[in-house]
Design a protein around this ligand. Sequence first.
Ligand code: FAD
Length: 323
Amino acid sequence: MSKNIIVLGETRDGQLRNVTFEAIAAGKTMAQGGEVIGVVIGDSVQSLAQELIYYGADRVLIVEDEKLAHYTSDGYAQALQAVIDQEQPEGIVMGHTALGKDLSPKIAAKLDAGLVSDATAVEEENGDIHFTRPVYSGKAFEKVAIQEGLLLATVRPNNIEPLQKDESRSGEVFSVSASISDLRTIIQDVVRKSAEGVDLSEAKVIIAGGRGVKSAEGFQPLKELADVLGGAVGASRGACDADYCDYSLQIGQTGKVVTPDLYIACGISGAIQHLAGMSNSKVIVAINKDPEADIFNVADYGIVGDLFDVVPMLTEEFKKVKA
Ligand code: FAD
């Protein structure tokens, strides 16, 4: 019944991303009392191992190579394969991030395994592991169970509660050697489009602007509100198409899928393609001049008004609460 589950740690700027800890919590459920084995791949990543143990990993395996300093499909697939060959796990879980979306199908194909992608919940029911995942652009959810073979899953950031960090936990850390060769892609440099601010896909609070912000400068009040709330700024495709902001901020069917605790939509009409990326946010606040705007159909709180009046008012009020 119990299973050994590999959890792939994901790093950004030398730190583990939160989704790693959420994946460990998913891995614990999938393991059903078995071992959760954290894996960190990179160049000089040994120092991150302990953090995985504090969040619930029983043991950590490190694969280090200077060729793994940046993510490449080939490099990470070879590194993870070396771990899989050694551990023969019954399951593998990673974040449903750009990395996880690229790597997981490759691993599934290599292992001839099924893949449950974008899981928002993992539960044990009558001895089986059930994954909940969105279908039809988030309009419905399905529950699936893998009846046989490897349990391979990606988990959507911000949906599974990580375990409480416990610094008294201990576990062994081992190195795994992998021969990383024949890389078809060499990353020479990484140039960030948006170097600052909170990562949109993991943000707990998102202030999103649409065509209603009217210009690039129109995003400034949204940025100020995001700063006060410790959140990130996002956008509709309408705002991106109008060149008010970069496409890296786009939320929706062809942009990022986000599930923050609080999503404030400012001057966004609520097109179905936008809703596909944010309608599962925990609390949605919509600010729109048009009382008939579709965004109000998914909003928990609606404010009919001009965003250039409402957003600065909210910023001032939140500043008072925080003072
Ligand atoms: P609009 O629809 O123009 O809405 C602007 C809103 O702002 C209006 O409701 C208006 O009442 C309000 N407003 C104006 N001024 C103010 C003010 N001062 N104060 C308050 N409110 C104000 N869209 C996405 O967002 N993400 C996607 O991933 C995406 N993918 C797509 C994929 C495909 C294949 C297609 C066909 C479309 C996609 N779209 C996507 C586009 C989508 O259909 C909409 O065109 C887009 O979401 C509209 O953006 P918007 O709400 O900002 O603009």
